[in-house]
Design a protein around this ligand. Structure first.
Ligand code: NAD
Length: 459
């Protein structure tokens, strides 16, 4: 007899969703967590970042209405209090994760888990056994092998999120990906001069080109300096003095001096030390990720891996969906995870959201597709809320008119994208989506304009 039917290592979105589903299906389950419940997303990632962006967004809105002469005075931010507020939000939500385990009768065991052969899990002095084990230990920031990364002024997103009583005098961000862009938005809205050094030819290089270009224009207008094709070679100085970041653009050597550096060049699976040496040899890897099949099975029998440990898509909601699907498989239920319809959202101003295929990817893959678009110049909510260019693009198959993807850059796009995701998952056509009446006045109603444009192109 095992101690548990299921042991889950890690309580981030993947582990929490897996535990919830296991409880619903009546599996005797334990979650092992070394840190605060909720994982990276809740404690060191999405949620603290959104707490900061919520406040910096208010400051940016205030400045806009001040320029219109509507609001007067100063939007002064107390950084110490802001970071404390962020901590309060995270503590509260982490407490709710813990409470949800109690309600579901899932045992939360504190400590660092190491998986041993025979589905045994060591936690401190204890050895626990389980019929099945799900590894859901998440990811950690990548630190590139560049001299100077250990300077106290050079931080990862997890370190910078801890916050201080004062904002940086200026900030260099290495990496113009999702994390880099969200921090650039936060700090520039609070008046910190930000320089982004991105190795590729554009910021957000994996997204639709129009999104990158529009965002670069918006950030530059807010005073952010963007250097692309910039490969950082070293960081010097620091330890109480300004830091000089040296980088190359082609053959040209350049440098920028700043108060702090944020290194945001990606995250890697936190697979180190998770399995003992014998088991590690049995575990098949896919680069840095743990290799899994469509049911999240690893090469070790009865051991599964979900979330950032095994997934190409490092997103909290993808991890939750994987956790749920994995438990369904373990319990012998139908297991569905739709990897090609995972929306991604970036909490810039305006927000960015994308799902499925973009025009270029469809073209490169030889998929006959058309794109419809709407620029939101005459969308009343957009005109009320922002002076920036906002747009929506929707892609559909030329033959069957089914929705294939969308790229949105507008207010509330992180919410609107779910309608497109639903359409992709359920195979809806442009015509079916056009039958929907969207309320006025909303950002959302512009989707009807993009769909009409698309219908016109499909003929
Ligand atoms: P990322 O992969 O999104 O971006 C890293 C960027 O750094 C890339 O653009 C890359 O070209 C660049 N880069 C890499 N090495 C470099 C170097 N030496 N010099 C200059 N540029 C370099 O990674 P991230 O922004 O660190 O985010 C990590 C993960 O977390 C991502 O998968 C992301 O999707 C996820 N995340 C998502 C959200 C969200 O959905 N809102 C928010 C934060 C993080």
């Amino acid at each position: 007899m095992s101690d548990y039917q299921l042991i889950i290592i890690g309580s981030g979105p993947a582990g929490t969703a897996a535990a919830g589903q296991a409880a619903r299906l009546g599996l005797h389950t334990a979650v092992i967590e070394n840190d605060k419940p909720g994982g990276t997303c809740l404690n060191r990632g999405c949620i603290p970042t959104k707490a900061l962006l919520h406040v910096s967004g208010l400051v940016s809105d205030f400045k806009r209405e001040q320029a219109h002469g509507i609001l007067e005075g100063e939007a002064a931010v107390n950084p110490g209090r802001l970071f404390a507020y962020k901590d309060e939000i995270c503590e509260k939500l982490s407490g709710q994760v813990e409470a949800s385990f109690r309600t579901a009768k899932v045992d939360l065991i504190r400590g660092k888990a190491v998986l041993l052969p025979g589905n045994r899990v060591r936690v401190g002095e204890r050895i626990l056994t389980a019929q099945d084990v799900i590894l859901a230990a998440g990811s950690v920031p990548v630190i590139p092998p560049i001299p100077g990364m250990d300077l106290p002024e050079v931080m990862t997103s997890e370190e910078i999120l801890k916050g201080t009583d004062a904002l940086p005098s200026s900030l260099v961000i290495i990496g113009g990906g999702v994390i880099g862009i969200e921090f650039a938005t936060f700090y520039s809205d609070l008046g910190v001069h930000v320089t982004i050094l991105e190795g590729m030819d554009r910021i957000l290089p994996t997204l639709d080109r129009e999104i990158s270009q529009n965002l670069a224009r918006i950030l530059k207008k807010r005073g952010v300096t963007i250097c692309t094709k910039a490969m950082v070679t070293r960081c010097e100085g620091g330890s109480g003095s300004p830091v000089t970041v040296r980088f190359k653009t082609g053959e040209e050597e350049q440098s920028v001096t700043c108060g702090n550096v944020l290194c945001a060049v990606g995250r890697k699976p936190a697979a180190e030390g998770l399995l003992n040496e014998d088991l590690q040899k049995e575990l098949r890897m896919d680069g840095r990720r743990i290799a899994v099949d469509e049911y999240f099975r690893t090469s070790v029998p009865h051991v599964y891996a979900v979330g950032d440990l095994s997934s190409k898509i490092q997103l909290a909601h993808a991890a939750s969906a994987q956790g749920t699907a994995c438990v369904n498989h373990i319990a012998g239920k139908p297991s569905v995870y739709t990897a090609d319809a995972v929306p991604s959202c970036i909490f810039t101003k305006p927000e960015i959201a994308a799902v499925g295929l973009d025009e270029q990817t469809a073209k490169d893959a030889g998929i006959p597709a058309a794109a419809g678009r709407a620029v939101l110049f005459s969308n009343a909510r957009t005109v009320l809320a922002t002076d920036e260019r906002c747009f929506m693009k929707v892609i559909a198959g030329r033959e069957d008119h089914r929705i294939l993807g969308a790229q949105l850059m507008c207010g509330r796009s992180s919410e609107i994208i779910s309608e497109i995701t639903e359409a992709i998952v359920n195979g809806l056509t442009v015509e079916q989506m056009l039958a929907v009446i969207r309320p006025h006045p909303t950002f959302h109603e512009a989707l009807t304009d993009a769909l009409r444009d698309l219908a016109g192109k499909l003929g």
